[in-house]
Design a protein around this ligand. Sequence first.
Ligand SMILES: Nc1ncnc2c1ncn2[C@@H]1O[C@H](COP(=O)(O)OP(=O)(O)OP(=O)(O)O)[C@@H](O)[C@H]1O
Ligand SMILES: [Mg+2]
Length: 505
Amino acid sequence: MPSFFGLHFGNTNMCLAMHKESATDVLANARGDRVTPSVIAFVDESEKLVGMDAKQRMVRNPASAVTNIKDRISNNSEPELNHLESKPQTKVNGKKNNKGDFEINGYISQYKAEDFLTILFSNMKEIAYSSSHEDVCPTVVTVPLSFTKHQRELVKKAVTEAGFELLRIISEPSAAALAYNIGQDSNDISSKCLVFRMGGTSLDVTILQVSNGMYSVLSSIQKKDFGGHQVTNCIVNYCASEFERKYKVDIKENKRALMKLRAVAEQFKHVAHGTTNEKCQVDSFYDGIDLDVNISQTRFNFLIRDTLVQCLDPIHEALSSASLSISDINSVILCGGCCKIPQLQEIISNTFSSADILYSIRPDEVIAVGAAKQATLISQSIDEEDYCINLLSQDLSLKLTGFSNSREELLLCSKGTLIPTVVTQSFTVTQDSNLKVEIYEGSLDSKEESAKLLAVLNMPNLPIGDIFFSFHIRSDGSLFVVCKDCSSKELGSTTVIPPQPQGCS
Ligand SMILES: Nc1ncnc2c1ncn2[C@@H]1O[C@H](COP(=O)(O)OP(=O)(O)OP(=O)(O)O)[C@@H](O)[C@H]1O
Ligand SMILES: [Mg+2]
């Protein structure tokens, strides 16, 4: 049984999941961590570090490291260097030529943004190989909804060069929904799902309409430059002000001290909600003086609250752009490392009191998990396409009661039709009572064998006028029916037939 992989990469971290023998697991890297920092550090011209080693080296030598690689893929343009102290980056030399070459350790490098992506993905390929011992790693990769065709092409090239077999590129919100099987269950035919993601450097909110296992986007809002680093800043600012109060020194003027403080504040943030009293400590922080600041759980919650509450703005924006209200949302998926913060989970749960709030899969892993599931689904459908053509095994017929149509019995879809398929029929309503559609397996005008009644749709409250039925005949032979009025407003939908044997040739 081969393994299938799902790869999610962010500006801050990457995560790789593997599906094997009906289980999906996130793969740990050589250090045992389940996410790997998206950082490359160049030790010298030939040696480079990737992941946590690179991130640690960056604290000592910011000019050796390349970060924010996902943003750099954005149309090959450079992210603004407005947070140099909070997001250390290599200097970019855009003056020598138009290619935006990177200056690393003072040298102009030959790398383009997508080459950095290949280096990151090659690191993930090593993890894939060491877990599966398979050379071919069929993989689904996720990208933000907003990625253009050009950006997707760059990702495709980098993934392939890194040695993965790319099955498909899918959007991050769809992967998250798939991880929780949203809409994949036959009882769950129509719902609205809000995917909230707050990572290290960005936040996005996407509202998905889920209909019969298909996802469509109703609205999507992105906030660049709003993420975990803002939460870390709350801790940094507090520690810096405490240090200044005690020692009358403004350490914000000192980039190196600030880098050390940021690294410690980030670690602090990760463990702060597990203990009641934590310390933010840096030995020999400034001029031989140690930093030693106590932050209680209550103070931590207070320090970050204002920042977390700002996350509600894009949620409201996404709702309003889809003309929806909070109560229209059936489920909310929390993604991105920041959603591990209990206070943020609480703020969102309190906002969506009637929706399912989903975070049982670790928020910074959920997108990779969904991508691995998608990889498996794709491989199954490839197998089916190779060996099996699905054909409808029996005619499907309709019998109408109460509609003003000339015929009361009609053939919906004939035996042997390739499925899945969709058949649309329009019917006219002139009275609002005793309306009924019966669905039969077999032909209604056949004399030899009687047709078998599969379902009766009783529709007491249809509006007067034309109505449209779409019958989606799925590849497993089951049937999904949607009824709409002439303005395409949905009047009702149902799955009427349990799976039946399918033709195979
Ligand atoms: N337990 C935790 N508590 C609080 N914050 C956490 C925790 N774990 C991770 N984070 C934060 O989550 C952020 C990283 O999130 P994630 O791994 O989803 O990043 P990403 O996908 O690369 O996102 P982006 O592309 O927006 O940077 C970091 O700011 C990190 O500090
Ligand atoms: Mg992420």
